[in-house]
Design a protein around this ligand. Structure first.
Ligand SMILES: [Zn+2]
Length: 469
């Protein structure tokens, strides 16, 4: 009798206890990090300076005050061991159309106007901000670098490494100088967080939302809003913040362990007012467009020393080897010069380059890829960027299959009246994917009425390209 009672009691204890343990909130510890806090501060400060040179910060006091207010409340809601009083948190809106937000080490957070306009309510905006804030507070950028063999490659992103150090290394542009473009995209856009970091940011993000009187369900909902915005193209935000799997469900699971106020804020008049103010601004540019314009500017500054001529010498029949470090080599006519910038190299003869880029020649380049994207999707994104940055061009063909360095590639023909030569220009873009998911492009440029004289040269350059990434 006594024994049976004991068993029954033990069972009831189990029954009573089990749901409670499964409903306690997940405890996250600071990840291992061998870098001092000052490294986060230094990285964040440098990168934020670059970011603000590239992305237009919205100058609207009302909207700014609104975002500051949310940011401050979220910081106050974080566990004190994550708060790092040395961090100088700032929250800014950048006028960019993509649904994206990013935060640099030490708390420089940028939210795209496109994301605010797409968020269904304040809770969804707060969800993304909470998630970004936790990446900063858990120091995920430097923590991730801690577990890498070559941390700076990771922090600065492979894009800047290819662009700045590898291409630049051969031609004398040091990695340091190469950081300009690389770092901007690196710091926010090129950091691909690990799945572990993503889950931590989701879970602690949900916890601080509840503390700040929001409902973490809106964090889960925001991921759906972002995913739905991409159409058939994976949105940029999901590319740098990959879904660890089951994201929506585990956030709702975590939510069950949290105390959600019955008066939790879902939406506010202020949010809707800020949204209207942003909608009233001139149309925002996309990331791809801004990136392309920067590349154009950089390309043009590299070639600015040249003078355009109506008498451009034909490509020499003799070729010379050109290499961008270990990972790429190709042959170009020996009367062509090379103009490397951070993410591309322009190749052109005398008389065909100047302050508006090249009129005859070729280009090779590397752009950031999107996780999980197909070659078709990447090519479309890249070509759109080129079209947005060179408004005189338009598509003349569909994509054709091609081969670049033994890999599947796509080719498309663009043309339009060149503002430099006044003649119809043919631009052919070949794209393929690198092993890390980035996009390699090879572009040929020539006036239409000279195309037949360049065809052989373009073919031999293309067949000489070797990628060893
Ligand atoms: Zn993330």
């Amino acid at each position: 009798m006594f024994k049976r009672t004991f068993v029954a009691l033990a069972l009831s204890w189990l029954i009573a206890i089990a749901p409670i343990t499964s409903l306690s909130q997940t405890v996250i510890k600071m990840p291992k990090n061998k870098y001092p806090i000052s490294k986060d501060i230094e990285l964040g400060r440098q990168a934020s300076g670059e970011v603000e040179k590239v992305f237009p910060v919205v100058n609207d006091r009302d909207a700014q005050r609104y975002l500051d207010n949310i940011g401050r409340r979220l910081v106050a809601a974080t566990p004190s061991q994550f708060r790092h009083p040395e961090f100088g948190y700032s929250f800014k809106i950048v006028h960019v159309s993509d649904l994206n937000a990013f935060a640099l080490p030490a708390g420089y957070m940028y939210v795209n106007s496109g994301l605010i306009m797409a968020a269904k309510n304040e809770g969804e905006l707060v969800g993304v901000m909470a998630h970004e804030l936790i990446h900063v507070q858990l120091r995920h950028a430097t923590a991730q670098a801690t577990s890498m063999n070559n941390p700076w490659k990771q922090i600065l992103g492979i894009g800047s490494v290819l662009g700045g150090a590898v291409l630049g290394g051969v031609t004398g542009v040091g990695a340091e100088a190469g950081a300009q473009l690389g770092q901007v995209f690196a710091a926010g856009y090129f950091t691909r967080y690990s799945r572990k970091a993503e889950k931590e940011a989701d879970l602690v993000g949900a916890q601080i939302m509840a503390t700040a009187n929001y409902d973490p369900e809106d964090l889960a909902n925001m991921f759906r809003t972002i995913a739905a915005s991409g159409g058939d193209h994976p949105p940029e935000w999901l590319s740098s913040h990959p879904d660890p799997g089951n994201r929506y469900n585990y956030i709702l699971q975590e939510r069950r362990s949290l105390r959600i106020s019955p008066n939790a804020i879902r939406d506010t008049n202020e949010f809707q007012r800020v949204k209207r103010r942003l909608q009233a601004l001139p149309k925002a540019k996309s990331m791809a467009q801004i990136e392309q314009e920067m590349k154009n500017q950089q390309g043009q500054s590299q070639t600015a020393g040249g003078k355009y001529s109506s008498d451009v010498p034909l490509p020499s029949g003799r070729m010379r080897a050109y290499s961008g470090g270990e990972w790429i080599s190709l042959n170009i006519p020996d009367n062509w010069k090379d103009f490397p910038s951070q993410t591309e190299v322009q190749l052109a003869p005398e008389g065909a380059y100047g302050d508006q880029g090249i009129t005859h020649g070729a280009m090779i380049g590397v752009s950031k890829g999107h996780q999980g994207a197909t070659l078709e999707q990447e090519s479309e994104e890249y070509v759109n960027g080129v079209l947005q940055g060179n408004s005189y061009l338009s598509r003349q063909s569909n994509y054709q299959r091609a081969t670049l360095s033994g890999r599947n590639a796509l080719a498309i023909l663009l043309s339009g009246r060149s503002p430099v030569t006044g003649r119809t220009e043919r631009v052919t873009i070949y794209t393929t994917q690198l092993r890390n998911g980035d996009v390699f492009s090879f572009i040929t440029v020539v006036p239409e009425n000279e195309e037949s004289r360049y065809r052989g040269t373009f073919n031999s350059i293309m067949s000489s390209i070797r990628l060893r990434d």
